[in-house]
Design a binder for this molecule. Sequence first.
Ligand SMILES: Cc1cc2nc3c(=O)[nH]c(=O)nc-3n(C[C@H](O)[C@H](O)[C@H](O)COP(=O)(O)O)c2cc1C
Length: 214
Amino acid sequence: MSNASAARNAFAAATAEQRNRLRTLDLLISRRSTGALTEPAPQAAELDLILEAGLHVPDHGRLRPWRFVLIRGEARTAFGECLADAVKARDRAAPPALLDRYQAWTLRNSLLIAVGVRIRSGHPVPEVEQVLSTGAAAMNMLNAIHLLGYAGIWVTGANAYDARVNEALGFRAPNKLVGFLAVGTPVNVPEPVPASQRPDRSAHVFEWSAPTAG
Ligand SMILES: Cc1cc2nc3c(=O)[nH]c(=O)nc-3n(C[C@H](O)[C@H](O)[C@H](O)COP(=O)(O)O)c2cc1C
């Protein structure tokens, strides 16, 4: 029996409260990303919870570096044009079909959350920690989205690193975009990852022991 199964069995035999927590953990582990999304997106009260989850992450120095910009409704059309303009500015030969694809992408997703970080340069808390905290915010939101029965995917691509797109979203230095969360209802509930395709634990988890003297 694997360590995970043993721990799970021991836990399952415990109190109702612990069993509830185990169910939540199982649900958390079942999260899959998908970009095949449809209506509805989370509604107001659910979105509040998702954003709240994003604001409850480890944050060294209480810098609160996270910034979330919601792109939804009518604003998606203008944002799609903004992405297409950015692509055109990077590559004047970009085919119209590619530009259309970006516009279609913004309209296909009823909710996009642009996740940004406000970097405090020269702060005793290194920049990497500020970015990591923002990554944790994005992940907490993805988990909340999943736990509420919706789905999402974290995407970046050249547009996420484009100064024009950053500027349009209000992420002028020292702010920067770390990615978009596309959020909605999955067209098909993603299948769990088969055990054979899960990361091999032995390649990622190591037991440390003190080096032997000599
Ligand atoms: C910072 C970051 C950027 C990503 N950018 C993209 C992207 O632009 N396009 C994409 O298809 N997946 C991207 N991914 C990967 C997906 O978000 C997702 O992790 C992947 O499809 C695996 O799915 P899973 O979450 O179900 O394991 C990115 C992931 C991270 C962490």
